[in-house]
Design a protein around this ligand. Structure first.
Ligand code: 6PG
Length: 241
């Protein structure tokens, strides 16, 4: 399995390089289509990436923004992935509000997931059983090899029909709403941004171990290496040879 990985000295430089790649993929897409679709993740690592995207001066008027996952909290909650993106990307970049497809995570989680799936199906004009092909899905990886809000052992990993699902995560005592495996696998481009010492061991494991998505959810949509780019800082990549 060949992966396309790019390693930089620290999270800031890695995020800057990742932003340049995302913008060039969006430009490429917008040269061939009226609109582009971009799904983003949350957590701590994306903050730097969002800052780089926001200061790029890019014309976002034809880019529609979606989320890979969200925490079951209101949009003004400090843990909200929407809040993170609003403060570091949407507002500073002047992202058109009509292009922002927020997960209404303040609602009951299953309802939020259903409404989000309906919004995605409407935007992509999907028929039953068809997965959207996001132009770019930006993802991260947790120290436990989770991605999106697909955690090891999660029943949602077996859901190969839905677009979005909700699950209660004991570890965080929190509901999560997340894109499901079929959507992650259908992405036109997957950009993995992974930084930090605590990611080194799990990264080596998930890249070298056979495909076992229940154990290593991050392998979903990345294991075959097609259109998957890994942006890594040296700390995260230190065990890769
Ligand atoms: C979330 C994310 C999640 C994230 C990983 C890595 O809502 O937390 O979408 O999947 O990508 O937890 O997070 P860090 O970048 O903070 O390590």
């Amino acid at each position: 399995m060949s992966i396309h990985s790019y390693i930089y000295e620290n999270a800031q430089v890695t995020s800057a390089a990742c932003a340049i790649k995302i913008l060039s993929l969006l430009e490429e897409r917008l040269s061939a289509a009226p609109l582009a679709s971009f799904a983003i993740s949350g957590g701590s690592t994306p903050k730097l990436l969002f800052g780089e995207l926001a200061k790029s001066g890019f014309d976002w008027s034809r880019v529609h923004l979606f989320w890979v996952d969200e925490r079951g909290v209101p949009p003004n909650d400090p843990q909200s992935n929407y809040k993170l993106a609003k403060e570091h990307l949407i507002d500073p970049a002047g992202f058109p509000a009509t292009n922002v497809h927020r997960i209404q995570a303040e609602l009951e989680a299953q309802t939020a997931a259903r409404l989000y799936a309906e919004d995605i199906a409407k935007f992509f004009g999907l028929g039953a059983g068809v997965f959207p092909q996001f132009d770019i899905i930006h993802r991260g990886m947790g120290p436990d090899a989770h991605t999106a809000s697909l955690f090891p052992g999660s029943a949602l990993i077996d859901n190969h029909v839905g677009l979005a699902g909700a699950i209660y995560v004991e570890e965080f005592e929190q509901w999560r709403i997340t894109l499901l495996p079929g959507v992650l696998e259908a992405a036109r481009n997957t950009i993995m941004l992974v930084a930090g010492e605590d990611k080194a061991e799990p990264l080596r494991t998930v890249l070298h171990e056979p495909y076992d998505p229940k154990k290593y959810p991050v392998q979903i949509g990345t294991h075959d290496g097609n259109n998957v780019l890994w942006y890594l800082d040296q700390a995260a990549a230190r065990l890769l040879n």
